[in-house]
Each structure stands twice: as C-alpha cells, then as structure tokens.
Ligand binder design. Structure first.
Ligand code: ATP
Ligand code: MG
Length: 427
C-alpha cells in the first residue's frame, strides 16, 4: 500500500464509522500544483479517542493527542498518517502558540490555518476539493495570502512570517500586498520565536533550490535585518535576477547561492556569509555569531568555518605542499568544499583549473591518497600514556608525519608518539 492509498483508506474507514474525513493542508496544495506530496494529513470530525477506536489502540500513536492529533500506523511500507480532529485555536497570548484549542467544524479548521494555499481540503473518495478560503484561486494566481486579517494572523504567531517567505520562495509565488505589509510591520517581533524554530525555517529556505529568491524575499519582508542584520553590509536593495551581472556584493552572494547544487546547509550558509566578511571586515567571528544566534548544530558551524577557511587554499591547490592539500582532500566534507568553490568560481568568473586539479588528485588510488593510519589509540595505551584528550593530538601529529612521509612504519610512528608525549611534559 502506498502512502497515498493509506491516506485514502484512512478517510474511507473514518467515513464508514460515521465521521467526516478529508485530506488537509500541504498535501492538497501540492497535489493541485502537480508536486508529489511529501506526506498526507487527514482532518476529521472524529475526536482523538474516536479515531483510536476506529483504528485500534495498537495501530495508533497518541503522542499528539493533547492538540487533537492521532497517528495512524499503516501496513509495512505505507508509512503513517497524522489524523487531526477539526479544531479552532483560541487566543494566542505568547505570539507563537494558541492558549487552548477546541474541536469544531471543517470550515473553522480551515480558517485557523495560516495561508489560503494551505487551507484547502480534498475528498479523495469523490475526488473533490473543498475550499473555504479561496485557496484554489490563489494557487492559480501564485499568491501567498494570509487567511483573514494578515496583521492579526501574524500577531498570533510570528513564525508565520518566515513560513510565508518560505512558501513564496519555494513555489515562486508572490506575497499578497497586505500580507507583505503586515510582515514588514511586525518583522522585528520575530525575535519572540525560538532560535530553533527560526533556524529550522532558515534551513528549509537555504536548502531549497530557490534559496536566492528566498533571501531576496526575506529582505523585501524586512526579515533579513532581524535574522541576519550583518547582511545589511551587502546593500541588499540591489535588484537581482538569475540574469543580472554579479557586480555587487549582494548580487554576487545571490548568484553563488543560486549556483549551488543541492548544498548542505553549512555550504549555503557559508555562501551567504562569504561576502559579508569581505564587505565588513570589522565583524568578528561571523559564523560563530550566527551559530549562537540560531542555536545551530556544532557540525553546521564546523562546516561553515571549514568552507570559508579552505576556499582560498583550494584556489591555489596546485601550489600547496602536497601533504597539506592531501589533508584537505581526505578530510570529511571535501565534496562540499569543492562544490562550493565551483559555484564561487563560476560567479567570480575565475578559472576552475585548481578545482579540477583537486578532483584529479581525489581519483588517486586510496592507498596513496589516504593510506591507513600507522597506529590507533589502542597502540598508545601500552606506551603508558593515559587515555584522554592528548590521544587525539598525538595521533594527529603522527598522521601528519605519515602523510608528509617523514615516517613510514608502525615502529617509527610509536617512537614519534612517545617522543611527543615526553616532549609535552605531562608524563
Ligand atoms: P510542507 O510541505 O513544508 O510540510 P505543509 O503545508 O505541509 O508544508 P506543515 O508545517 O507540515 O506545512 O503544516 C501542515 C498544515 O498545518 C499547513 O498546511 C497549514 O494548514 C497548517 N499549519 C502549519 N503551521 C501553521 C501555523 N504556524 N499557523 C497556522 N497553520 C499552520
Ligand atoms: Mg507538511
């Protein structure tokens, strides 16, 4: 059974038990746009307990029950479907979450959703769209429009501002004028939203192929100055299109972002920060500031720092001492680094000869490019070196010596480790 068949089956079974049930939200939108939905959500008049009765306790999960969501487990391979009871949200006093929810009708459930394009239902049994909010028209016209009064909807939940930009960028839609004006007015209130939620939206905007457009819309919505005020150093008012000339820091940044092919978040973020560091050298440790602000993962910070630091090295790869380059090529994320350099070179109109040189070297036999380490941590214990942080340093130094061909055997490696340990004066 496919996820789609499961979603249809869930609707049929709820109907057979006497409840209303429809597909809701993103899956309806995507289907109308001709995009295969990522997942299917079902909305129903059945209360959570009733949903559990229909499918059986063992075939359901009640993790989201307090806000009306029961997860129905499908047969093998079909995945699972979230079944949400039609609800309306009460007042939002914290600018992010409703104070309470109450169960209600399909129409009220549509009205509590964020944008008209996300407020549609679909009846998979009769193949019929149910539209209480004018979502079909906005899908046709390509508009992201808040349902109801945009100022109020954004005041309720500030995260909707970033969601609006994300959907507009992803589908290449325009932001409805009143929705845009409401976002511009309240953009500074985005600070109420948790760093993690902001980062989650930024990741989605930056990893989608329309990321350059996303950045442009963030700026137009006055959100860029809230999430990344340092970007103002790029003079982001310069108009950009994929055809424009890469002649200003902002245009160069967007062109590089546009060029990246399925980048990791770290690479996309590096591309965004690259020109800021050049435009405003007084900003100290920009990647770490962004990492702290958005509470990013360590791995993401490492990636950004690495890519920014090593791009200039790749640009003169053929002139680096070979072991130096070798270490760069065999380190994790080398493919990310090279694809980033490729995009930068394309935009700056510089030669890709050095990148090609790296790729040639990467094709060397593994034993030459990345010979197995001569010793591991296990070999250090018998030398009387107590396990601890020193291990990493000692092993790195031995590895350096191996790659630089200063040593070639296990015995030489052990000797070097011992000498370095003695030299560190800690024994
Ligand atoms: P995606 O394809 O990115 O998952 P989606 O439309 O499915 O898009 P979700 O965040 O998965 O988005 O949310 C599912 C549905 O729940 C949305 O289509 C929308 O109707 C509603 N929704 C989600 N977040 C909000 C919100 N902050 N305010 C109001 N409605 C929301
Ligand atoms: Mg979704």
């Amino acid at each position: 059974m496919s996820p789609r068949e499961l979603a249809t089956d869930v609707v049929r079974r709820l109907r057979a038990a006497g409840y209303e049930a429809l597909w809701a939200g993103g899956c309806v939108r995507d289907q109308i746009l001709g995009i295969p939905p990522k997942d299917y959500d079902v909305a129903t008049s059945a209360l959570p307990e009733q949903v559990r009765d229909v499918f059986g306790k063992r075939k359901t999960l009640a993790i989201g029950q307090s806000f009306g969501v029961i997860t129905v487990l499908g047969p093998k391979g079909a995945g699972q479907i979230d079944v949400a009871t039609f609800r309306s949200d009460a007042t939002y006093s914290d600018g992010r979450h409703p104070d309470s929810v109450s169960f209600t009708t399909a129409e009220q459930d549509a009205l509590r959703r964020d944008f008209t394009i996300n407020g549609l239902f679909f009846d998979p049994v009769e193949s019929r769209v149910i539209d209480y909010v004018g979502g079909q028209e906005d899908l046709r016209a390509g508009i992201v429009r808040a349902i109801g009064d945009p100022r109020q909807r954004i005041a309720e939940d500030k995260l909707r501002m970033l969601r609006a930009v994300r959907f507009a960028a992803r589908f290449e839609f325009a932001l409805d004028q009143r929705t845009l004006a409401a976002i511009q007015q309240q953009a500074h209130e985005l600070v109420i939203v948790s760093a993690e939620r902001i980062a989650a939206e930024m990741r989605q905007i930056k990893m989608h192929k329309n990321r350059a457009r996303g950045m442009q819309m963030l700026h137009a919505a006055r959100l860029l100055e809230v999430v990344l005020p340092e970007a103002l150093a790029l003079s982001p008012d310069d108009p950009w299109s994929p055809e424009s000339v890469a002649d200003t820091p902002w245009r160069r940044t967007l062109h590089i972002l546009h060029r990246l092919d399925q980048p990791t978040f770290a690479v996309a973020l590096a591309a965004l920060l690259r020109e800021i560091e050049i435009a405003d050298p007084t900003i100290v440790d920009l990647p770490r500031r962004v990492y702290d602000r958005w509470k990013l993962k360590n791995d993401e910070l490492d990636g950004v720092v690495k890519v920014l630091a090593e791009e200039p090295l790749i640009r003169r790869a053929s002139r680096l001492p070979w072991p130096r380059l070798q270490r760069i090529l065999i380190a994790p994320r080398c493919d990310e680094l090279l694809s980033y350099c490729q995009a930068v070179a394309a935009v700056l109109d510089t030669s890709t000869a050095e990148i090609d040189f790296c790729r040639q070297k990467l094709a060397l036999p593994a034993a030459e490019l990345n010979p197995p380490p001569l010793i591991t941590g296990e070999d250090l214990k018998p030398l009387g070196i107590p396990p601890g942080p020193a291990y990493r340093e000692l092993l790195e130094a031995v590895r350096d010596a191996q790659l630089e061909k200063r040593i070639g055997t296990r015995d030489e490696a052990l000797e070097l480790a011992k000498a370095n340990w003695r030299h560190s004066g800690t024994c």
